[in-house]
Design a protein around this ligand. Structure first.
Ligand code: GN1
Ligand code: MG
Length: 361
């Protein structure tokens, strides 16, 4: 706490710190809530950035600052109130930078959004509003001025790249786990060609890159106490990408009837009510800028992101758990199996998903 308090002192905060405690369930950064004694002073969110993963902190913070300022501006134009709860506010360090480097770790801070909640699961009604909000989020960023955003993690959602990482992990078999995982490796490689379709469509010029969030897990969204959508958080990976990513990651998480790491595989399937509500909301608000190709491929996006996450968890398992935080030795294997089960359920429901999307068009 003393050390953390020292870190806090390097940011432009107001009030007296009363408590610093762990917050959230992210798999990458370490997150803390910084509470202040005075009622009229805000609380803050402090994060130690995982620098091994986010190597260009300057670029990342610059992206976040540009995105949040632009959204704030858009909300102001629309006459919205309560802006501090509808977009993240970056708190600069005392030297004016958007982060603080203590010689070892990189830290950053935002305002804590008061009276906000996040969920690991949502109802279909929530999903509809969340879909609308996501379409709005992307829509507001369509005219972000200046240079295109930089890629905070190059090739982050590039399936060809993720498969090359899996191939490297298979070749190295660093943790000696390949034998056990071989049947699943085969299952995944059988689907590899189909799953690289998005990259091919991009090269052919029919699938554009837009500004996407690239981590639209349901727990990266904040709602007020009445269940109204407030804003999207965790903007680390906001960068150029396919809209399929954001659509797909929401279905992968919110549309899963079980947790991301559920070990009872019989509990896992895709909830089609969530799919339909989210798709309806999303297409309603994103229609002004989406192309027909993008809309038609939304079910493919759900499949792609679930497949990609299966590949990523399996790659980390084969590499000996070097990327994701784990809570038990086989955690990445359990996550892999759970994601693969979800993938199979999405595959089974794909015709129905396609028919629904066709009707929306
Ligand atoms: C990571 O840290 P968190 O939980 O928001 C990951 C996502 C994965 C997700 C899997 C930078 O997000 O890409 O989809 O775990 N973020 C990064 O749950 O790799
Ligand atoms: Mg997160």
């Amino acid at each position: 706490m003393k050390n953390l308090q020292n870190v806090v002192s390097h940011f432009e905060t107001k009030g007296t710190v009363s408590e610093i405690s762990p917050l959230g369930s992210g798999l990458i950064n370490d997150t803390y809530r910084v509470s202040t004694i005075e009622n009229e002073m805000p609380d803050y969110v402090l994060q130690r950035i995982n620098h091994a993963i986010f190597q260009d902190v300057e670029l990342m913070q610059d992206n976040i600052s540009r995105v949040t300022s632009h959204i704030r501006h858009k909300l102001e134009q629309k006459g919205e109130s309560d802006l501090d709860r509808k977009t993240l506010t970056v708190i600069p360090a005392t030297d004016g930078k958007l982060y603080y480097f203590d010689g070892d770790s990189y830290w950053r801070m935002t305002l804590l959004i008061p009276d906000a909640v996040s969920y690991e699961a949502v109802t279909p009604e929530f999903s509809y509003y969340t879909g609308k909000a996501f379409g709005d989020f992307q829509n507001m960023l369509v005219d972000l001025p200046g240079e295109p955003l930089g890629a905070t993690i190059p090739d982050f959602h590039n399936m060809e790249f993720r498969l090359s990482q899996l191939a490297d992990a298979i070749n190295a078999d660093a943790a000696g786990r390949l034998e056990k995982a071989q049947y699943l490796v085969d299952e995944l490689l059988n689907r590899a060609d189909e799953m690289c379709k998005a990259e091919r469509m991009h090269r052919e010029g029919i699938l554009p890159k837009r500004i996407t969030h690239c981590d639209t897990k349901v727990n990266n969204m904040l709602f007020d106490q009445e269940g109204n959508f407030l804003c999207v958080i965790d903007l680390d990976t906001t960068m150029p990408g396919y809209v399929l990513s954001d659509f797909g990651d929401f279905i992968r998480t919110a549309g899963n009837t079980a947790a991301e790491d559920e070990t009872d595989l019989s509990k896992i399937s895709v909830n089609m009510d969530i799919f339909r509500s989210f798709a309806k909301g999303y297409v309603e608000s994103a229609k002004p800028f989406l192309t027909t190709v993008e809309i038609e491929n939304l079910p493919y996006g759900a499949k792609l992101l679930t497949y990609m996450q299966t590949v990523r968890f399996l790659t980390d398992y084969l590499n000996g758990d070097v990327y994701y935080k784990i809570k038990s030795p086989e955690h990445n294997w359990e996550r892999t199996l759970a994601q693969f089960t979800l993938l199979q359920s999405i595959e089974a429901n794909e015709p129905e998903m396609k028919a629904f999307i066709k009707d929306l068009l």
